[in-house]
Design a protein around this ligand. Sequence first.
Ligand SMILES: Cc1cc2nc3c(=O)[nH]c(=O)nc-3n(C[C@H](O)[C@H](O)[C@H](O)COP(=O)(O)O)c2cc1C
Length: 203
Amino acid sequence: MSVAASIQARTSSSSYDINRTLSQSEIGALIGLTTQAPSAFNMQNWKFVAVHSPEAKARLLPLAYGQTKVVEAAVTFIVCGTLDQHLTMPAALAPTRDAGIIDQATYDGWVGAVNDMYAANPVMQRDEAVRSASLAAMTLMLAAQEQGLVSCPMIGFDPAGVAAAFELAATDVPVMLVTVGYTGPSNWPKKPRKPVADVLAFV
Ligand SMILES: Cc1cc2nc3c(=O)[nH]c(=O)nc-3n(C[C@H](O)[C@H](O)[C@H](O)COP(=O)(O)O)c2cc1C
């Protein structure tokens, strides 16, 4: 399936085949594609918690305000963006330098820039957490679609409750839930979009 076909085919799924699961290896492969998403300075400030055991799904259900797709889908990802980018950046960027893609001076410049931009700026840190997690979530949904799976992004959850129940670090911001699985029998068709002319400005 082409990227364009995946984009056109994707819908937010509310109906899943409850009899079909995904293995940990299949889930890992999906996240391997997900982490090909871009992030500022390649800081990769994201984490993913794959809620896939029956016990973990039951734990998530009330925190997702009873949205049953979190138990019916094969897996629900808690897509987190992470804070303290200035502390995680040196290790995150080192493989790019070690692969010879950037030199030491560029590495030092980027690490310094991240320190200047984020260390004393909690709003910027949170914005970057939401940006990175959102790009990752979209990449995850398109990767799932291409593999014959369906998905749904969800903001209908209690972030503090999810953080406590799944023991997220204080620096992990649960930005979105994304359910992924095989389709059930009763999903809505693609919803229409605003005309391009209503949302596109040329300058
Ligand atoms: C940030 C975000 C949060 C959403 N939260 C929920 C949710 O909690 N529950 C749900 O059923 N759908 C949720 N949706 C799905 C939207 O309702 C859906 O994307 C929108 O109606 C467009 O439909 P489509 O994705 O099928 O094209 C969410 C979508 C986004 C982008």
